[in-house]
Design a protein around this ligand. Structure first.
Ligand SMILES: NC(=O)c1ccc[n+]([C@@H]2O[C@H](COP(=O)([O-])OP(=O)(O)OC[C@H]3O[C@@H](n4cnc5c(N)ncnc54)[C@H](O)[C@@H]3O)[C@@H](O)[C@H]2O)c1
Length: 339
């Protein structure tokens, strides 16, 4: 790790998230600069690099990681490409921020977890950015304070204006509900033990082949019940809401009441249209926290254990969906490195 003033970051994958992280590191946060970008699409990498001073474009992650001015790696390639990039960075003992999912399934997540354990220290922060959202942070602090007593239930709503082409039932779990699976584990400090997926008659607006919306029920080892409405073609915008029901009160976030207008006999506000808008500040805080911790020589935030646990819950979720029954989550015992 560098002791130089500024952390040199290689961003792997320069698509929607990667290009946004390049902008964020270059223009929004402090303490880091983008030294390299990597994309299998050489043109895309070159285009992104051309907008950043001193940034070199590569098509091979390994070549970027070997560069003298690269001190840390941000992975924003598609999930199936994460494992090889993570293992290559471990070879050089480089610190990483890896976008969710850690890897696409529990078996590959376990391989990465074992590889990090062989290093003997944590190297990876996983990109579950809701943990950096101001409202979620407030809810977590309130639950942790014990003021409302023990959380009994969490009600979640996760709605997108429309789903991208080719979105499948499995992606509904792996790409969307995975965020509720992570915040459930984090907010409650409990592991998810079983998943059930129920479906109403699909919306007529849902694309052919996608059962939308769906209703996911999670059970935890602390005896809490969690429900998630996932509706990816709601039409009106991007909405993420959570309500904790506790022994002595409830707490709700995500109503989006930052500004309420009164005009022409109506009152109202606006609804974010996508996750980039809704969670913009959370992404900024997530990357700043990673840069700050890395410069201190520390690793904080969601760990590989969290990435592995989320992958295991997703796997149970997809099985629950396809088999139409309550499915238990299979987890290994939590290793000492992650306790
Ligand atoms: N945290 C969040 O809220 C959030 C939101 C959206 C996406 N994501 C995650 O971010 C990652 C990227 O998603 P996206 O929406 O930006 O995808 P995208 O398709 O827009 O971009 C992916 C980029 O990676 C490149 N690529 C593909 N294989 C590669 C490889 N082996 N090495 C280097 N580059 C490669 C592609 O050419 C493309 O430019 C995924 O893991 C996704 O799940 C996270």
């Amino acid at each position: 790790m560098t002791q130089r003033g500024t952390l040199g970051v290689a961003v792997i994958g320069t698509g929607r998230m990667g290009a946004d992280h390049v902008r964020r590191i270059s223009e929004v946060i402090s303490g880091a600069r983008v030294a390299a970008v990597v994309d299998v699409d050489a043109e895309r990498a070159k285009n992104v690099a051309s907008g950043v001073e001193g940034c070199t474009a590569y098509t091979e992650p390994d070549a970027a990681m070997a560069a003298a001015d690269v001190d840390a790696v941000l992975i924003a390639s598609p999930g199936p490409a994460h494992e090889s990039a993570l293992l290559a960075a471990f070879e050089r003992d480089l610190p990483l921020l890896c976008e969710k999912p850690l890897t696409p399934d529990a078996a590959s997540a376990l391989r990465v977890l074992e590889a990090e354990q062989r290093l003997g220290h944590r190297r990876v922060q996983v990109g579950f950015m809701r943990r950096y959202d101001a409202e979620y942070v407030k809810l977590k602090a309130l639950l942790d304070s014990g003021q409302l007593g023990r959380p009994l239930m969490l009600h979640n709503r996760h709605r997108n204006a429309s789903s991208p082409p080719g979105f499948t039932d499995a992606m509904l779990i792996n790409d969307s509900v995975v965020h509720e699976m992570d915040v459930t584990r984090w907010l409650l400090g409990q592991e998810i033990t079983a998943v059930t997926v129920l479906r109403p008659t699909p919306s007529d607006v849902a694309p052919e082949g996608l059962a939308d919306p769906q209703f996911v029920v999670l059970e935890t080892d602390g005896g809490a019940l969690v429900d998630v409405e996932i509706f990816v073609n709601c039409g009106f915008g991007y909405q993420v809401q959570a309500e904790a029901v506790c022994e002595r009160g409830t707490a709700r976030i995500g109503d989006g009441h930052a500004m309420v207008t009164n005009a022409a006999g109506r009152w109202g506000g606006t609804i974010a249209q996508d996750f980039v808008e809704r969670f913009e500040e959370a992404y900024d805080r997530e990357v700043q926290a990673w840069v700050d911790a890395t410069r201190r020589g520390e690793v904080t935030g969601p760990s590989i254990w969290d990435g592995y646990a989320a992958a295991a819950v997703c796997e149970a979720g997809v099985r629950a969906q396809t088999e139409g029954r309550r499915t238990e989550v299979e987890l290994i015992e939590r290793p000492a490195l992650y306790r």
